[in-house]
Design a protein around this ligand. Structure first.
Ligand SMILES: NC(=O)c1ccc[n+]([C@@H]2O[C@H](COP(=O)([O-])OP(=O)(O)OC[C@H]3O[C@@H](n4cnc5c(N)ncnc54)[C@H](O)[C@@H]3O)[C@@H](O)[C@H]2O)c1
Ligand SMILES: CC(C)[C@H](C(=O)O)[C@@H](O)C(=O)O
Ligand SMILES: [Mg+2]
Length: 361
C-alpha cells in the first residue's frame, strides 16, 4: 500500500526549500520504486490568504490521513498585525496539537566540513553530536489561561501560563531516556526548577523515572540559563538534552549555531501515531524569494521521515551521506559559505544533493 505524504510548504522560504526536498521524494518514487503518494496543502499565511484561517479543515484532514507530514515554515511580517488566535503560527501549533506530536527531536551534529562555518572555534564544535528532545504540545505555548486584559485603571496586562501535567512529563521523559540509551547514555534535563514550580515537578519526574526505569542512563539536571551558556562554552559535554517546549525552542536555535547554520537543522515531531518533519528554522522573510535559502535542513528532515515514519532507514542514511558528499565537493549556500568554497543557490544545492544521492545509491 502506498505511503501518503502530506506536503505543506507554508510561507516565505517554505515553498523554496520544500521543493528541493520533494525532488528527493519524487526520485525515490520514480526511480527507486518507493510507493509514495505526495499531496500538497496550504498552511500558515498562505492558508490565511486563501481561506481566512491558518489551518483549513482540508489540510488537517490530509495530515490526519497521511503516513507523514513534510512542512516548510510558516509566518512572516505580512500576517503579524493579525490577532494571535489566527496568525500563521497557529496553523503549525494546531497541527502539532491535533496530531499529538509531543516529542520533537532536533539533532544538532556538525558535519566535519562545516566546523569553520560555526561562529565558535573549530576545536569547540568539532565532533558535536547533540540531540535536543523538546516537549512540543504543552508548556506556556498551550497553557490556560492566556490573553491580554484591560484592568480597571485602564492599563493592560498580558499573561500566559506554564503548565505541565505529570503524564506529559512522563511521556517525554521516556522518549528522552530511550534516545540516550541508543546513544552515549547521557541525558541532561534542562529546567528552571529554582524558580518555576512547573519545572520543579519536571525535575522530580525525570529523577524518579531515571532511577526506576533507566538506571544505566547518566541523568543530570541543568538550569536553562546555565545550559544556554554551556552550549557555547563546552558543547561537547552534551549527548541528549530533554527540555520543555519554550526552553527547547530557544536552545535548539542556539544549538544550530554549533553546526554552522540554522539552515542545517532538521527535526522530527513524533506522537504515538503521527510524524511531522520540518526544518527547525522559520520562513526567513529576509531572504525569501531570492533563491538563496539553504534547503539542507528540509532535505535532512526527509531523511528523518524515511527513518521514523516510512521504515526506510537505509535511504535516510544515504541522504545524509549525499549531503556530506556535496559538502566535500565544496558547495555552500550563503549561510554556510566560507572562503575557498563555491557559493550556490537553493536549487543548485538541491540538485547537487540529489545528484550525489543518485551517484551513491
Ligand atoms: N517552524 C516554523 O514554521 C517556524 C520556525 C521559526 C520561526 N517561524 C516564523 O518565521 C518567521 C520569521 O522568524 P525569524 O526571522 O525569527 O526566524 P527564521 O528562522 O525564519 O530566520 C532567522 C534567521 O535565519 C536565517 N535562516 C533561516 N532559515 C534559513 C535557511 N534555510 N537558509 C539560510 N538562512 C536561513 C534567516 O534568513 C534569518 O536571518 C516568523 O513569522 C516566525 O514566527 C516559523
Ligand atoms: C513558529 C513557532 C510557533 C515555532 C515554535 O515556537 O515552536 C518555531 O519557532 C519552531 O521552532 O518550530
Ligand atoms: Mg523555533
Amino acid at each position: 500500500m502506498s505511503k501518503k505524504i502530506a506536503v505543506l510548504p507554508g510561507d516565505g522560504i517554505g515553498p523554496e526549500i520544500v521543493a528541493e526536498a520533494v525532488k528527493v521524494l519524487v526520485w525515490l518514487r520514480d526511480a527507486q520504486g518507493l510507493d509514495l503518494e505526495m499531496s500538497e496543502a496550504l498552511v500558515g499565511g498562505a492558508a490565511i490568504d486563501a481561506t481566512g484561517g491558518p489551518l483549513p479543515e482540508s489540510t488537517l484532514k490530509l495530515a490526519l490521513e497521511a503516513d507523514a507530514v513534510l512542512l516548510g515554515a510558516v509566518g512572516g511580517p505580512k500576517w503579524e498585525p493579525l490577532p494571535h488566535a489566527i496568525r500563521p503560527e497557529r496553523g503549525l501549533l494546531g497541527l502539532r496539537k491535533e496530531l499529538d506530536l509531543f516529542a520533537n527531536l532536533r539533532p544538532a551534529s556538525v558535519y566535519p566540513q562545516l566546523v569553520d562555518a560555526s561562529p565558535l572555534k573549530p576545536e569547540l564544535v568539532s565532533g558535536i553530536d547533540i540531540l535536543v528532545v523538546r516537549e512540543l504540545t504543552g508548556d506556556i505555548y498551550f497553557g490556560q489561561p492566556r490573553g491580554v486584559e484591560t484592568l480597571p485603571d485602564g492599563s493592560r496586562r498580558g499573561y500566559n501560563t506554564m503548565v505541565y501535567s505529570e503524564a506529559e512529563i512522563e511521556r517525554i521523559a521516556h522518549v528522552a531516556f530511550k534516545a540516550a540509551q541508543g546513544r552515549q547514555g547521557r541525558l541532561c534535563s534542562v529546567d528552571k526548577a529554582n524558580v518555576l514550580e512547573t519545572t520543579e515537578l519536571w525535575r522530580e519526574v525525570l529523577t524518579r523515572i531515571g532511577q526506576q526505569e533507566y538506571p544505566e542512563v547518566e541523568l543530570s539536571h541543568m538550569y536553562v540559563d546555565n545550559a544556554a551558556m554551556q552550549l557555547i562554552r563546552n558543547p561537547r559535554q552534551f549527548d541528549v538534552i530533554v527540555t520543555g517546549n519554550i526552553f527547547g525552542d530557544i536552545l535548539s536555535d542556539e544549538a544550530s549555531q554549533l553546526t554552522g547554520s540554522i539552515g542545517m537543522l532538521a527535526s522530527a515531531s513524533l506522537g504515538t501515531k503521527y510524524g511531522m518533519y520540518e526544518p527547525i528554522h522559520g520562513s526567513a522573510p529576509d531572504i525569501a524569494g531570492q533563491g538563496i535559502a539553504n534547503p539542507i535542513a528540509t532535505i535532512l528532515s526527509v531523511a528523518m521521515m524515511l527513518r521514523y515514519s516510512l521504515n526506510e532507514p537505509v535511504w535516510a542514511d544515504r541522504i545524509e551521506a549525499a549531503v556530506s558528499r556535496v559538502l566535500d565537493q565544496g558547495l555552500r549556500t550563503a549561510d554556510i559559505h566560507a572562503p575557498g568554497t563555491r557559493r550556490v543557490g537553493t536549487h543548485e544545492m538541491g540538485d547537487a544533493v540529489l545528484a550525489a544521492l543518485q551517484a551513491g545509491q
